[in-house]
Design a protein around this ligand. Structure first.
Ligand code: PGA
Length: 249
């Protein structure tokens, strides 16, 4: 069975109530017929989840990060159950900005992925090497180690998505060569199949890092690239729709 691609937008710490009209533009430009062949998702900051979820149309809504526990005395944190309650159907975990800014380890990322799954959301688990790691020839080793330790044993195609995001490509305008993307995605696919069998064949693997309308077609054409995780270019409806149009010309 063909894998349905996903183009997910990660708004990061951007977006105010004044941004809602931009989301309305996106929703207006995204028809049910297009949504049949590709999933389009926006992951806004938690403050906008409910506002976007109630007006989402054919656009899926995801969240950014969650606490591993269901509830309790954790000031400022948000449980996966709360994010789902607010309208999220997926949660990004292990983004390199979380790993760097909050010293998140693979074990913490795995716990958060499990929390997302427990709450009934898809866990979008991010992995990716730094510039120094790539220059040292360690990219593949680093990515596969993160994958092994960040993805829960109970992962299935319906509950987990992998996002390969080279840290040095995020927000920089730099992207890996097509050959490098093919190598890493192929290796991720092989690792998923050896660990999860048939489920590993179907788990979606997104590429993320400076995806724009003008490079999306070549990146999305690479084998085992099943969509994109998009930061900056997801903030403007027109830019984001142009990326998704790769799947829906
Ligand atoms: P970018 O971010 O598209 O702005 O490079 C990607 C990401 O961090 O998910």
């Amino acid at each position: 069975m063909a894998i349905k691609p996903l183009v997910a937008g990660n708004w990061k710490m951007n977006g105010m109530t004044s941004t809602i009209p931009e989301f309305d533009k996106l929703r207006a430009g995204w028809r049910e017929t297009q949504a049949q062949s590709v999933d389009l998702m926006i992951c806004p900051p938690a403050t906008l989840l409910t506002a976007l979820a109630v007006r989402r149309g054919a656009v899926l809504i995801g969240a950014q990060d969650c606490h591993p526990l269901e509830k309790g005395a954790h000031t400022g944190d948000i449980a996966a159950e709360m994010l789902v309650d607010a309208g999220a159907s997926a949660i990004i975990v292990g983004h390199s900005e979380r790993r760097a800014d909050h010293a998140e380890t693979d074990a913490m990322v795995r716990a958060k992925a499990l929390a997302a799954m427990r709450a009934g959301a898809i866990a979008i688990v991010c992995v990716g090497e730094t510039r120094l790691e790539r220059e040292a020839g360690a990219a593949l080793r680093v990515v596969l180690a993160q994958l092994a330790a960040s993805v829960p044993d109970s992962a299935a195609a319906s509950s987990v998505i992998i996002a390969y995001e080279p840290v040095w490509a995020i927000g920089t305008g730099l992207i890996p060569t097509i050959a490098d993307v093919a190598e890493i995605h192929g290796a991720i696919r092989a690792a998923l199949i050896s660990r999860f069998g048939g489920e590993g064949v179907a788990i979606r693997i997104l590429y993320g890092g400076s995806v724009k309308a003008d490079n999306a077609a070549s990146l999305m054409a690479v084998g085992d690239v099943n969509g994109a995780l998009v930061g900056g270019a997801s903030l403007k409806a027109g830019d984001f729709l142009a990326i998704a149009a790769v799947y829906n010309p």
